[in-house]
Design a protein around this ligand. Structure first.
Ligand code: SME
Length: 172
């Protein structure tokens, strides 16, 4: 199952859509530093705005394993070892993995048989690896270098958000 066509018919170019996603991300995390909360909202935003994706979410580094965090899409594998699959490779190498055809990726972990291409971006706070951001598509070669740039920028917004002070909840 893929998500609905993105909800922004007014956005006419890929660049404009990327700028809009980044502006919306910044607004969504404003005044909130909780890592789960912000990952949940950023996954929901990607799901709404990125055309042709079948899964998006985070795996957090816990000890020496990647553990499933907030996501949109079908239920997924809960733990991935460092170096395993596309996610574990992105974590172990700290390099973005842009996979045009997941079936050609040695060790790819198929959480969803319909997945055809994938991008995984490491989430780094300086030298510290926090986890990876994973996006799948049922369409071959869905992701480009522009997507890699977009997701890297999204992850900088995410990591920066964790360092701000949380605005206290409003009371009555
Ligand atoms: N395909 C990933 C596993 C995670 S799911 O796609 C959500 C991998 O090979 O690491």
């Amino acid at each position: 199952m893929t998500n609905a066509p993105h909800a922004s018919p007014a956005v006419s170019s890929a660049k404009a859509l990327q700028d809009q996603i980044l502006a919306q991300s910044q607004a969504l995390v404003e005044g909130e530093n909780d890592p789960v909360t912000n990952a949940a909202n950023l996954a929901a935003l990607c799901w709404m705005e990125m055309p042709d994706i079948s899964w998006v979410g985070v795996y957090f580094l816990h000890g020496d394993e990647l553990v499933l965090g907030p996501f949109q899409g079908k239920p997924a594998c809960t733990r991935i070892a460092m170096g395993a699959g596309v996610c574990g490779t992105a974590a172990a190498t700290r390099q973005t993995q842009l996979v045009a055809d997941v079936h050609a990726f040695p060790g790819h972990i198929a959480c969803d048989a319909a997945s055809a291409s994938e991008i995984v971006v490491p989430i780094l706070d300086g030298d510290r690896l926090l986890g990876v951001w994973d996006i799948d598509s049922a369409r071959m070669s869905r992701f480009t270098e522009d997507d890699a740039t977009l997701v890297a920028a999204l992850m900088r917004i995410y990591v920066d958000s964790l360092k701000q002070t949380t605005r206290r909840a409003a009371h009555g």
